[in-house]
Design a protein around this ligand. Structure first.
Ligand code: OSB
Ligand code: MG
Length: 369
């Protein structure tokens, strides 16, 4: 494929409800979209970086810089045999995986349209519907959290993830288990603890959680292995897995029993497939994480979740949980059984809503060869 034109846009999208984690609260998203034209086909990708460098060091502005000054000049006006080749070209740049993923994923969208295949099929997906869970942020009271959980369970979501931090953990999990003894439940700490909290983390075992996600350092693998030896609850890694090599090492030293895969964090579909394959070969289940994506990133997540190793419900849920109006048509909907149908048409399976995208755009830059 020959890349003829690339456009970067920043969109301002307010969330319908604030989302709070151990590292802070988000009320509106700054979403950078990459639109690529190649071979008379248009593809879209999304930068999934948070507004502040708290989940990882990337932000919308670092991604814009890396795209504008490196990734776009390296790819524009050139002929590429596959999106995987572009991923290989990006390798000299250390990190900045969310910037890389946004451009690479737009090319997968183009490749799927060119080959007349659903994006899920093109990347190796086999599942026709994917199991869905929800990630529920820290609330202003335990009562408010219990009400939210009740609503999501009633809507059909298959598992509930709650965000935890010191002071919002054992008390919260205890209240949830008293009210919902049988739901599939997990907790995500986003690196809020250290090994000094071992006894406290061990106490979580009585809540029979499916897993505890990233309890220790955002860049740690080693201490997670020490923790996993001491607790019964399976550890799932998110922040500290950036590649298939990271996943292999984490699994080999026993740092986790489950891996969360995010397209942005690992740098796009090519790397995500490799992480998936490493985990699958070792019988480690994976699931698709979320980054409060707009419909574009959400559509990519759905395609990835069709890979056969994605056996656990992910954090990919309905558009209406995030946006008063999404930027794709149709919006992502979830069945009463807590599933999303994987689109079976060529390409992304959701059309970017150009009017809505234009209305939300606050910055735009075009690149032509
Ligand atoms: O750790 O999985 C995380 C959102 C922003 C940053 C990090 C995380 C999350 C979520 C939300 O848990 C998942 C979603 O609903 O998109
Ligand atoms: Mg997480």
């Amino acid at each position: 494929m020959r890349i003829e034109h690339i456009e970067l846009r920043e969109l301002q999208l307010p969330l319908v409800h604030f989302f709070e984690t151990s590292f802070g609260r988000t009320t509106a998203r700054r979403i950078v979209l990459v639109r690529v034209e190649a071979d008379d086909v248009t593809g879209w990708g999304e930068v999934t970086a948070g507004e502040e460098p708290f989940y990882s060091y990337e932000t919308p502005d670092t991604a814009w810089h890396i795209l504008r000054d490196f990734l776009i000049p390296w790819t524009l006006g050139r002929e590429w045999s596959s999106p995987g080749d572009v991923a290989a070209r990006f390798r000299p740049i250390r990190g900045h995986n969310m910037a890389k993923a946004a451009l690479e994923n737009a090319l997968w969208d183009i490749a799927a349209q060119r080959q007349n295949l659903p994006l899920a099929k093109l990347v190796g997906g086999t599942l026709e519907e994917i199991p869905c869970g929800v990630s529920i942020g820290i609330q202003t009271s335990i009562e408010a959290l219990l009400d939210k959980i009740a609503r999501e369970v009633a809507a059909g979501y298959q598992r509930i993830k709650v965000k935890i931090k010191p002071g919002w953990d054992v008390n919260v999990l205890e209240a949830i288990r008293n009210r919902f003894p049988r739901i599939l439940l997990m907790a995500d700490a986003n690196s809020a603890y250290s090994l000094a909290d071992l006894a406290h983390l061990k106490d979580f075992d009585r809540f029979y959680l499916m897993m505890v996600e990233q309890p220790l350092g955002w860049d740690d693998i080693f201490d997670h292995a020490r923790l996993q030896k001491e607790i019964a609850t399976p550890v799932c890694l998110d922040e500290s897995i950036h590649s298939a090599e990271d996943a292999r090492k984490a699994i080999e030293i026993g740092a986790c029993k489950i891996v969360n895969i995010k397209l942005g964090r690992v740098g796009g579909f090519a790397a995500a497939k490799q992480v998936h394959d490493v985990c699958r070969a070792r019988n480690v289940p994976v699931w698709c994480g979320g980054m409060l994506e707009s419909g574009i990133g959400r559509a990519h997540n759905i395609a990835m979740s069709a890979l056969p190793g994605f056996t656990l419900p992910g954090d990919v849920s309905a558009s209406k949980r995030y946006w008063s109006e999404d930027i794709i048509d149709p919006e992502v909907t979830v069945s009463t059984r807590g599933t999303i149908q994987v689109p079976q048409v060529a390409g992304l399976g959701y059309s970017p809503n150009r009017q809505r995208i234009d209305a939300c755009t606050v910055r735009k830059e075009s690149f032509e060869q």
